[in-house]
Design a protein. Structure first.
Length: 228
């Protein structure tokens, strides 16, 4: 295993527990708009939002337009719900266990740390700040800002160039088998899949169940290189 100089992370589903965050947000949103939504069961509203959201791959203008149409809500505009989402989602952000511990340990180990995320720049940066993790990163790339989206190899190469490291000396950690793991491996990075039960499997160099397991991979790699 090469000496690891940098670790790059995906955000949603890797550092941010998006599923838990969405549940918290949509429950709070229902309460904020209760007068207009009161004829709809809260659980039904929440479940349908999650279905339409499709794990974040459907933008919220379409999600909210469809919700209002299906539930025959006329006292609200989808723009109002979208603005609420953009403004208030950050207050519902929940990180995965050991998030700060792992990022802090990487810093102490002298490993450079980067973030590569698809999405809208202000929205994703608000979520990073809400998790309190911005200070750990040497580089943060959001697809809207750089003009490339994962799995485009150019966004990975930009991240590598920004930190001045080789792909072969870098790890990418993500939950999506194709957009994160396969794409990173295709340009020569070590691909670590943070297991997500939504997918059955992923072709990865390493598979972890939680963030803390990543530290063992790096420490074992360092020990291997010391023996060479």
């Amino acid at each position: 295993m090469p000496k690891i100089e940098a670790v790059f992370f995906d955000l949603d589903g890797t550092l941010l527990d998006r599923s838990a965050s969405v549940v918290k947000f949509i429950e709070d949103q229902y309460d904020r708009f209760w007068p207009a939504l009161s004829l709809i069961d809260k659980q039904r509203y929440k479940s349908r939002f999650i279905e339409l959201d499709s794990r974040g791959y459907v933008w919220k203008d379409k999600v909210y337009s469809q919700l209002l149409k299906e539930f025959s809500i006329t006292d609200l505009k989808w723009e109002d719900l979208l603005e609420d989402y953009m403004t208030n989602f950050k207050h519902s952000c929940i990180g995965f266990p050991h998030l700060h511990e792992v990022l802090g340990n990487l810093q102490q180990m002298g490993v450079k740390v980067g973030l590569v995320s698809n999405g809208k720049t202000p929205f994703q940066m608000n979520n990073v700040k809400a998790l309190g993790i911005e200070e750990y990163f040497d580089s943060i790339l959001i697809s809207e800002a750089v003009g490339y989206r994962k799995p485009d190899p150019r966004i990975f190469q930009l991240a590598l160039d920004e930190l001045g490291v080789w792909a072969t000396n870098s790890i990418f950690v993500g939950d999506h088998p194709e957009n994160d793991v396969a794409a990173a491996r295709n340009i020569g990075m070590v691909g670590v899949w943070k297991r997500d039960d939504y997918w059955d499997e992923a072709e990865a160099d390493f598979i972890i169940e939680d963030l803390k397991s990543l530290l063992n991979i790096i420490l074992e790699g360092a020990a291997f290189n010391e023996r060479l």
